[in-house]
Write a protein that binds this ligand. Sequence first.
Ligand code: SAH
Length: 410
Amino acid sequence: MLESQNWIKTENVSDADLIILNTCAVRAKATDKVYSALGRIRRAKKESALLGIVGCVARESGSDAFRRIPELNFVLGPQSYHKLPEIIKNPETKLLNIDLGGLEKFDELPQMTKSPTVAYIPIQEGCNHCCTYCIVPYTRGRELSRPFDDIIQDTINAAKTGAIEICFLGQNVNGYKYTDETGNLYKLSDLIRETAKLPEIHRIRFTSSYPTEMTDDLIEMFGIEPKLLPFLNMPIQSGSPRILKMMNRPDNLDNYKNIVKKLKSVRPDIQISSDFIVGFPDETDEDFEQTLNIAKKIKYINSYSFKYSPRPHTAAAMMSNQISEQIKTVRLQRLDSQLNENQREFNTSCIGQEMMCLCEGLDKTGRHLVFRTPYMQQCIVEKPNTKIPPLQKIKITDANKASLRGELIK
Ligand code: SAH
């Protein structure tokens, strides 16, 4: 949108005429980082430069953001990015728009003329699940799914302008549901089937998923569609049914394990990753041991783990028996060492295998290419002398906890 108005990018804050922070509010630390960055930027920027925040911290803070940082010119919530040109037209005003209107922004944004190799395509926004720790229903609102045809147009455009991989995005991505004027219902499985027909697109994935939205049509896609990567982030958050109930998450672990079993039966090489929260209010040592056990049992790879962070507008922030920072730290370390162990074991098991990997570019030294395997592991390869296409078959030669090493197969 800005490029079409002839704005160009600068790497230097002190050169910029317009500074936009795109923000995340999911944990307090993310919000704190925004304000410390704003503190640095307001001292470094040109006096005339416009400064603003967009996204979830804008929605979380509202007009309070102007009080905390008087230099701010605009505060735009996740569904009002497209109002940005207004501030350029009227730099004298303070622009505040944190309304949850709908998904009009997608109609306002111009089509990309060049796509990165991995094109991230939003398909839905918001979430109806109301996990008690989560600020997303407040910052992003209720679930809204984009029209099927619009998304397909975006994937075609991405394919034509350079994308090789499509990653469908949504806060509850597998909850995607769209009914057109004639009453046809479209789901994520339909989007995958249609996108897989594009010859330019070789890899498809999606994030983030809610466990009980893994319906059979979607599970079956993993067996039918080879372009769908054999890797799924399906957060469990905790291994304790008692804590899951307090989180307002699906608390039937047998159901969860059954979904994993079905996925493995249609796609034996599939790997699962999870997000975990430790130190949720009232979490006991016993609850936490159950989390450790499930991490071990399901052999999650590539997972994310966080200390519980109380967030405004959430039910869990009001709960009694909040856990001390010290206990959270110890539990996080123990969980991380289990998750690292899983990762190391899986990475080691990849040695000797051949995998189709997608190039992300050069590493810091400039002497190696960095690839992503179908499991989103990083794989480092010596840079060849000739230019090569981004999708390559690579033989994995070595592995550690964090990454793999490999060789191009001639
Ligand atoms: N709808 C997505 C949200 C992604 S946020 C989902 O539930 O998968 C990414 C992760 O952040 C969540 O999975 C959860 O593990 C973590 N998270 C969310 N709120 C949190 C909080 N208040 N404290 C700590 N971690 C949190």
